[in-house]
Design a protein around this ligand. Structure first.
Ligand SMILES: [Zn+2]
Length: 1150
């Protein structure tokens, strides 16, 4: 019994000890060459081989930790001169490395096995006759070892192994048994670019083409190896050129077609994929892309892919084909005469340097839409000379290079830039600090700025000719060749009409009623459409303005029109968009973030490629064009577009197919880029038809449209029938790089850049509707003026409300400044003194016109501040609010996305604002300087923004310590004392506001943000709690609203919650209230960084984008690195949505 039980164990020990014994014997033989006995070594190695072939345990023991088995074997391989022993050892190694994965190979590599094998290869290659068996063994081993040895390519070259293998292939093209491992080893050699070049010179390319042939079920493994080797060789541009010279592009395409045709059961998908891999590498160079087009590659791959589409398992083929076709798609120019904005505004003076100066200094006649050379081929030539180290780590991306590391730039800089005497003029904005409250003050306080006069004035915008005028005078903009017509001039703004594009014949009742919406007998621009008799029209019913008064207390259509008359736009708009006139009632139902559907992007791209394959199907009919003066002919078959109204932004619409339109957005005025915001009107639609819209000149490299965001649509028919509201709409939405090349002039000097397409599909519900599309909920300047008038009317005896004009903008519009606080309880000294000692809170918004969400948040804050709730009264009693609700009225009015009329981003001008060019920033900053000089430095400064790349609402603040922690530079500076109070408000907001996400907040100061309001107000004015508050344009991925898109209700709620947060903050900052020990505890909890573990240490820079990487790559380029391409087997693996992979894109909206 006892013996039987132990039998297996005994056997194990016996087996193990046997191989150890044999290795020991081998070791002794090796140490003493004199004693070497060929027979003995043959015998011992033969026994080891037998053990290894039969016992997995033995294999394990050979490479287990502490075992010297591998060393002994390798050392013997290196020294033995006996062929039989060598063959035994090679067989042992083959057995060892065949199973057990990478670890055993790792041991082999770490013990220097690669070099020993390569030396053996080279020395045996000189044997005559050549020992084929030995060569086969060595190559089989190299195939296994090569991919695991990072230095393999270099070792092979230095040992002179490359030519040995090439020569073997040359001499054994029919000997498939030996040929296969040799070709496989060539593949591994070619992974090194220097080797690839060398092998190319030795004729390896031609050799591969002798192996690769038409469809055959035989030798597919060899064929695959040859194709992969060819693909690896073609990564060298020199080789690619050599192969193209020999006409191999069409050969490869023919081979692909042959396999596509004959591989009917799709058994050989991986071979077809390998052929595509070769084509892809060919097309990395310009010459290759040209050869591809010349060889009809587009049509070949397109047709093959179309046939593959229904078979899901062939997706990898379709995806690779799509990638190649996009790379080779000829770059087009945008169909524009110039990329400069259609409208120009004469500046008081031209900035000394920068993009605007560049724009002005550009000589006339320059075609700025495309570059002379689209790509820099020269840089491609010599990248191969410098690749000796390519085996080393590729790129150490220093993602933190935007963090401010200069401690001097983080320390307060409170030098007085303007003498106090100059600042004294700002006293008029701060009357509440000095005024003695007479009795009648309690009656007449809160003077409201008089409505802007509509009289003739000198601020009528001057329009300077665009480039277009000098290129094609007959097509130029009307303003270029004639003085502003009287009915377009701001002098007669009474002639405002409601824009409309309805067809009378379809629905006379509706149209006629709409036709009556002409103000003061003015002329309707599109009115009547020439269809309906005017007399009858006037007799008929009135327009049904939706009765939204109860729902929209701050909206009044008539008041809105009054406000519009005082708004000065560069294009001198005479039309009003319906949504702005009717108003928007926030939706009650929540709109979920769209699920991302795989394959949408591919389908859209194939439709784009079809334009090239079937050019005759493309209509290319311009249906809307701001650059053209002559009216566009209409045959009733196309949609009608319009955006000639406040905040409108559409430059051109081109009907490309029956129900598909390419849209081009206008640049910001006095600029040649910044395309993102859009707002336009569409009419003449047919209901139930799917229309595809493509905005083709987007610039950002990614968009929330790829992560579930939808566009906004407003239907006039819906509004009239009781639902006046913007709703999220659109399907098949995606955002991808297109084939329109960007001029380096507008791409910061970078060449070879492309635009992006944002595409969406809409089915309209109603016949004879007029619909509006917008990037986000519009909020015009006229709307702000209307809201302010309505708000001022809410003022009660308790509320101190004053509206001043901070300054006039370049465009001649007023920039309002509000002061809101509580009236002193009485004229007693005590109450007056309490009134004057209230800390100041300074709020601003909408410096970036495209961030309309910031205006809705501001609306929420203002409504809360003017409300009669006890909380609001307490808040007013706690602070004096200074609010600039719109820092960039001109940008908003003229449909800009980012800039003011000076063509500059105003939130980059806070360090040195110019009074003439950036008046709102200049005076806002001066007012802050005045407050500081008079001892009233604000307790909180917050500038409201929108964020296009992230979800939720969050804040950026400023902290020296958190910035220094990020950099690890000069850690001794961590001794700097810093009050942690800047964390309190964001923490409070995260506890109260469902939209707010603390984990997205950051308090790091970046170099690129040093001229923003947040950083300048922090450093120069000394406001410790200086923030930007960023609201998503898309939706939420946390909290109560998780999974929903954001609406105006949530934005306004956030604005109100911000006020409540300020009220709570009062408890932490008021010395009288701080004695409350309960509050002190919370304060300690709030300000202790350890208690805020959720705040990520990332910078805003790193936080730009936090969406999971999606399977469908957004990006592609001529030089795309195919290593990132999902491998065959990975193709159905979906990304982990919880992973927070960051793409760290640069261009922030902050
Ligand atoms: Zn912004």
């Amino acid at each position: 019994m006892w013996q039987e039980i132990n039998k297996p164990k005994m056997a194990t020990e016996k087996g193990a000890s046997r191989v150890l014994t044999l290795l020991g014997q081998l070791e002794r033989l090796n140490e003493d060459p004199k004693a070497s006995d060929t027979d003995a070594t043959r015998q011992i190695t033969g026994k080891i081989l037998h053990l290894i072939q039969t016992q997995e345990k033995t294999r394990k023991e050979m490479v287990s930790k502490g075992s010297s088995g591998m060393e002994v074997i390798l050392s013997f391989l290196e020294n033995t001169r006996d062929l039989q022993t060598t063959m035994n050892i090679l067989s042992i190694l083959n057995e060892l490395l065949t199973v057990g994965g990478g670890r055993r190979t790792g041991v082999f590599v770490s013990k220097g096995g690669t070099a020993i094998l390569l030396q053996l290869l080279v020395s045996s290659s000189k044997d005559i006759p050549l020992n084929e068996e030995l060569m086969l063994h060595v190559h089989s081993l190299l195939v296994k070892v090569g991919p695991k040895d990072r230095k393999f390519g270099v070792k092979a070259r230095l040992n002179g192994a490359l030519n040995v293998t090439v020569n073997l292939v040359k001499r054994n093209l029919q000997n498939h048994k030996l040929l296969l491992p040799c070709v496989q080893v060539l593949r591994v050699y070619s992974g090194n670019l220097v080797n690839a070049v060398s092998l190319g010179k030795s004729g390896a390319l031609e050799l591969m083409f002798e192996i690769i042939g038409p469809f055959s079920k035989k030798n597919t493994t060899l064929l695959k190896a040859a194709l992969d080797t060819l693909a690896a060789l073609l990564k060298s541009k020199m080789n690619a050129r050599r192969a193209l010279d020999r006409g191999y592009m069409s050969t490869v395409l023919t081979i692909y077609q042959d396999w596509h045709r004959n591989d009917k059961r799709h058994r050989h998908m991986i071979i077809r994929k390998s052929i595509l891999g070769c084509i892809k590498n060919f097309t990395n160079i310009k010459l290759g892309r040209k050869a591809f087009i010349d060889a009809n590659g587009m049509r070949i791959l397109y047709n093959a892919s179309t046939e593959c589409l229904p078979v899901r398992t062939l997706d990898p083929l379709v995806n690779t084909s799509s990638l190649i076709m996009r790379k080779c798609f000829p770059k087009n120019r945008l169909p524009l005469p110039t990329i400069k904005s259609v409208y120009q505004h004469a500046l008081p003076h031209i900035p000394a340097g920068g993009p605007v100066a560049q724009l002005y200094s550009q000589p006339p006649g320059v075609d700025d839409v495309v570059d002379e050379s689209d790509e820099n081929e020269a840089t491609e030539v010599d990248t191969e000379n410098d690749t000796e180290n390519e085996d080393d780590e590729t790129d150490h991306k220093t993602q933190n290079d935007d963090i401010e590391t200069d401690i001097n730039k983080l320390l307060p800089r409170q030098m007085q830039t303007r003498p106090f005497d100059e600042l004294r003029v700002y006293e008029r904005f701060c009357l509440e600090f000095t005024r003695d409250f007479e009795d009648n003050d309690f009656e007449s306080h809160g003077s409201v700025m008089p409505p802007t006069s509509v009289e003739p004035d000198l601020h009528c915008p001057l329009i300077i000719p665009t480039m277009l005028a000098s290129i094609s005078p007959q097509n130029s903009h009307p303003q270029n060749i004639q003085p502003p017509r009287s009915n377009h001039s701001p002098l007669e703004l009474d002639s405002i009409s409601i824009s409309k594009t309805l067809e009378c014949k379809h629905n006379p009742d509706l149209v006629c009623s709409l036709g009556l919406l002409v103000l003061d007998g003015g002329v309707s621009v599109n009115g009547g459409s020439g269809g309906g008799p005017q007399e009858e029209t006037r007799d008929q019913a009135e327009i049904e303005v939706p009765d939204t008064a109860a729902l929209l207390p701050l909206h009044d259509p008539d008041l809105y029109l009054e406000m519009v008359k005082g708004t000065r736009s560069v294009p001198a708009y005479t039309e009003v968009a319906y949504p702005d006139y009717f108003g928007h009632v926030a939706l009650n139902l929540h709109e979920p973030i769209l699920e991302r559907v795989n394959g949408v992007q591919r389908t859209k791209i194939f439709q784009d490629i079809e334009r090239l394959i079937h050019p005759s199907d493309i209509l290319d009919k311009v249906v809307y064009d701001l650059d053209m003066s002559c009216p566009i002919l209409d045959n009733g078959e196309s949609l009608k577009f319009n955006s000639k109204f406040e905040s409108g932004n559409l430059r051109k619409a081109i009907q490309v197919r029956k129900c598909e339109y390419d849209l081009i957005l206008n640049s910001d005025i006095n600029s040649n880029h910044y395309h993102q915001w859009f707002y336009f009107e569409v009419g003449s639609m047919r209901p139930g038809v799917r229309y595809r819209f493509n905005i083709i000149n987007c610039e950002k490299s990614n968009s929330q449209f790829n992560y579930g965001m939808q566009v906004l649509m407003y239907s006039v028919q819906e509004a009239i029938s009781g639902s006046p509201q913007w709703v999220r709409t659109g399907s098949d939405i995606c955002y991808y790089k297109n084939h329109f090349s960007r001029s380096s002039i507008a791409a910061g000097g970078q060449r070879g850049k492309s635009y992006f397409t944002m595409t969406f599909t809409v089915t309209f519900q109603h016949k004879d509707d007029v619909c509006y599309f917008a990037y986000h909920y519009p909020y015009t300047y006229s709307m702000l003026k209307m809201h302010l008038q309505k708000l001022s009317a809410l003022r009660t005896a308790e509320i101190y409300y004053r509206q001043d004009e901070l300054c006039e903008t370049l465009g001649g519009n007023s920039c309002p400044l509000l002061t809101i606080t509580a009236m002193p309880e009485s004229r007693s000294n005590e109450h007056i003194s309490q009134f004057r000692s209230r800390p100041v809170v300074f709020l601003s918004s909408r410096v970036h016109p495209g961030e309309t969400n910031s205006s809705w948040v501001m609306k929420g804050s203002l409504e809360f501040l003017m409300s009669c709730s006890p909380q609001a009264q307490h808040l007013r009693e706690s602070y004096i609010f200074k609010i600039i609700p719109m820092l960039n009225p001109d940008g908003v009015i003229n449909g800009n996305h980012r800039c003011s009329l000076s063509g500059e981003d105003l939130n980059r001008q806070w360090q040195n604002p110019n009074e003439g060019l950036h008046p709102t920033i200049y005076h806002a900053k001066s007012l802050l300087q005045y407050l500081r000089a008079t001892g009233r430095t604000p307790l909180v400064f917050c500038d409201y923004h929108g964020h296009s790349r992230k979800k939720n609402v969050f804040m950026y603040g400023c902290s020296i310590k958190e910035t220094v922690w990020q950099t690890n530079v000069n850690t001794s500076n961590c001794d700097i004392h810093e009050d942690l109070g800047y964390r309190t408000l964001p923490k409070l907001l995260s506890l109260m506001a469902p939209a707010f996400s603390l984990s997205s907040c950051s308090f790091v100061v970046e170099r690129s943000k040093e001229a923003t309001a947040r950083v300048v107000v922090w450093r120069e004015i000394g406001v410790q709690r200086s923030y930007t508050m960023e609201s998503t344009l898309c939706g939420f991925d946390q909290g109560k609203y998780k999974g929903l898109q954001i609406g105006t209700k949530e934005l306004e709620e956030m604005g109100a919650q911000f006020c409540v947060g300020l009220l709570r903050l009062r408890g932490f900052t008021d010395p009288l209230e701080l004695h409350n020990s309960h509050l002190e505890d919370i304060e300690n909890d709030l300000v202790d960084p350890c208690s805020i573990p959720n705040i990520t240490s990332s910078t805003t820079h790193l936080l730009e984008e936090d969406e999971p990487v999606f399977l469908e790559e957004v990006d592609y380029s001529a030089e795309s690195n195919d290593e990132n391409e999902p491998d065959l087997q990975d193709n159905h693996v979906l990304p982990d949505p919880s992973s927070d992979s960051e793409l760290s894109r640069q261009d922030s909206l902050t």
